[in-house]
Design a protein around this ligand. Structure first.
Ligand SMILES: Cc1ncc(COP(=O)(O)O)c(C=O)c1O
Length: 400
């Protein structure tokens, strides 16, 4: 396929210097095309992408069924407001409901928006004097002010105060600390069932169940942020299904539309009644293109056996990376849940990411020392091996 790039990487960087606000740290590379787990830059270089779309491209780049659904839809009806019914939005909600806990959906456009909806719902559903939400250190819930306040990481709060009132933070995994924070003003607990940006942190046994028990005991909503873990990423449809603990509210985004922007909040029929007409909205939420992409994403996962492939990939990565850990003293821990992988180093992981980029492998480092891979569920065994090989060399070089 011919490249669609109109500019070289160097020219694109120049354009950005002049016209794009520099609020991201970007590689000096202009990506122009993607297919499965590969992307190409405007110079024709091909990269193996083990972090496609920052977790959004869970089916790889340009998954064929999503592409087809979007192409059909964009030529038929691009957008209509939520003052109308839309069969695609209804069918998408039905599929999400059937794959999770059987409730109803509110649609929006991003993870932060989904979490804002959850925060409002928690306050609306509980008595007026209850407004506090307990969240967790190392968590990440988005950049809008509510979601940001829920994000208990001081580095993201710098210079932005005063933040929203009503959030209190507990150490992730510490049930006793959560119990201590609950008071008569608490309305909800919001938690990632596996922390993503926080370093792929899998909770200790019994933690989520303990939160469920506390929520039940005190009449709180238990809200799981599955923006990163949802839609098959962990080898189940939703991460909570590994733990046998069902939330009252679940938020989704990232992969929910197979790479198209979209977000959703799922809740039970009973709790959903608290979001009455006019109380919350998103102009583009559940739009026809997102809805068709969302349906195509869920159908692809179900019909192409991708949950099974994810579990096979998890076994592969666990075995391969644990063996690597045995050979390399810089690796302190390996955490794998489906295609959500964290490799904790004892040193800064930045140089590993850079080395991998030089060898045409795209990965991520979070929290300074945790190499994070969020590969596509469609990754092949050969690609997984190839990626591990390059990664092992990069870490090996760091070890000297
Ligand atoms: C768990 C979690 N929640 C929320 C968000 C925010 O999503 P968005 O960037 O779509 O607003 C992220 C983004 O990384 C996330 O990982």
């Amino acid at each position: 396929m011919a490249s669609v790039a109109e500019l070289s990487s160097a020219d694109t960087v120049e354009l950005f210097k002049q016209y794009v606000i520099p609020n991201y740290t970007r590689y000096p590379v202009n990506l122009v095309r993607g297919e499965g787990s590969f992307v190409w830059d405007s110079e024709g270089q091909r990269y193996l992408d083990l972090f496609p779309g920052w977790g959004c491209n869970l089916l790889g780049h340009c998954p064929p069924r999503v592409v087809q659904a979007v192409q059909e839809q964009v030529a038929t009806l691009i957008h209509v407001p939520n003052t109308w019914h839309l069969d695609a939005q209804g069918r998408w909600a039905k599929l999400l409901s059937e794959h999770s806990f059987g409730g109803q959906a509110f649609f929006c456009n991003s993870g932060a928006e989904a979490n804002e909806a959850a925060i409002k719902l928690a306050r609306l559903h509980t008595p007026p004097e209850r407004y506090k939400i307990i969240t967790f250190e190392g968590g990440f819930h988005g950049r809008t002010l509510g979601a940001l306040t829920a994000t208990a990481q001081p580095k993201y709060h710098e210079g932005l105060g005063p933040l929203m009132a009503g959030f209190v933070y507990a150490p992730y995994g510490d049930l006793a600390a959560v119990a201590d924070l609950v008071d008569d003003e608490t309305c909800a607990i919001m938690v990632e069932p596996i922390q993503g940006e926080g370093g792929v942190r899998i909770p200790p046994a019994g933690f989520l169940q303990g939160l469920r028990d506390l929520a039940d005991q005190h009449g709180l909503l238990l809200m799981f942020d599955e923006v990163q873990t949802g839609c098959g990423r962990t080898g189940e449809w939703f991460a909570y299904q590994h733990f046998g603990v069902t939330p009252d509210v679940m938020t989704l985004a990232k992969a929910v539309c197979g790479g198209i922007a979209g977000g959703a909040l799922m809740t039970t029929h009973e709790i959903a009644q608290s979001l009455r007409p006019g109380m919350h909205a998103a102009t583009f939420g559940g739009n026809p293109i997102a809805a068709r992409a969302g349906i195509a994403t869920l159908e692809t996962i179900a019909e192409e056996g991708l949950l099974e492939n994810t579990r096979r990939l998890a076994d592969f990565f666990r075995t391969r990376l644990t063996a690597l850990q045995g050979d390399c003293e810089l690796i302190e821990d390996v955490r794998v849940q489906g295609v959500m992988i964290g490799i904790e180093l004892s040193v800064d992981g930045g140089p590993v990411v850079q080395k991998c980029l030089e060898n045409n492998l795209l990965i991520n480092c979070t929290q300074g020392t945790v190499i994070r891979l969020l590969p596509a569920m469609t990754l092949t065994a050969e690609q997984a091996e190839q990626g591990c090989e390059i990664l092992a060399q990069a870490i090996g070089q760091l070890a000297g």
